[in-house]
Write a protein that binds this ligand. Sequence first.
Ligand code: PEP
Ligand code: MN
Length: 339
Amino acid sequence: MLIRLKDVNSRNLVKDEIMSMESNLEIQEIRQNKSIELGITGNLSKIDVEKLRKNRNVENIIEIKEAFKKANRIYKNEDSIIKIGNKQIGGNKLSVIAGPCAVESREQLMNISKEIVKSGADFLRGGAFKPRTSPYSFQGMGEEGLKLLNEAKKVTGMPIVTELMSADLLDLFIKHDVDVLQIGARNMQNFDLLKAVGKTNKPIMLKRGMASTIKEFLMAAEYIMAQGNENVILCERGIRTFEDYTRNTLDLSSILAIKKLSHLPIIIDPSHATGKWWMVKEMAKAAVVVGADGIMVEVHNKPEEAMSDGPQSLLPRKFDEMMRELEVIANVSNKQMQV
Ligand code: PEP
Ligand code: MN
């Protein structure tokens, strides 16, 4: 529920009236253009809306019908911008996250990160703990991988994005200064994990579950936000359909749906969406035309030897080519590459 006040100075009086109806609520002051509104979340069943409307300090009340409240465009009209170091995701910037599917060795990670930063990548991605379909496949380097990501960050200056699969590892990720916690498609509805990252102040990149609707996707974001962490970046990575030529089906219309329903930034992962490196560049360009706030792509210096996702990984040279073309496309959709 959103309460617009007649006078900002009366906000404590209005808060007191709400608290007298139900004390176990979260009341947040939200800046909307020049005024301040009160955003009320929690169990609103005891709130007498009609009585509140009669409060002389209340201009009007908007009830948010959808189950997602804090993620809702009604709750906050302006696009959210997530700041990470000297970079940002959202607003008029186009953000590019790139790197290998998995951190495999110092040599591999250094080689790839030096190449992608030269081409203009903003963030370095790389899994240290990998969610693999088979328990016999490479599971990631673990803590060693987090250390290598930090080494690459020191050399290139790129903030790091890496997947957290279990709340048990949260302290380790914080200790190793991970800049953006990635929640993978397979964990989009791991509610305990969502609650745990919601209690941190780290930016969270939440990937769409492979069989999740847009509303379920936004509800997962709401889980994180309800705990107090509003730094959520959504990532569309394709969904399962009957089509099996591509690894997944890239739902580009989700960009438009999410921009309408929510203020959160959304980026596209054309690597996992297609599973084929030769489709990545064009799908990335399409995503930017539709209005994505950024893209995340997998890059590998030796894709044929990659321990995971080689067939969808771009060579650094192809990544560079994509970046040059994205620069042109970004202007068309009123976005700028970051410097
Ligand atoms: C990944 O980004 O490496 C990954 C495992 O992606 P997803 O969770 O989208 O499958
Ligand atoms: Mn991958």
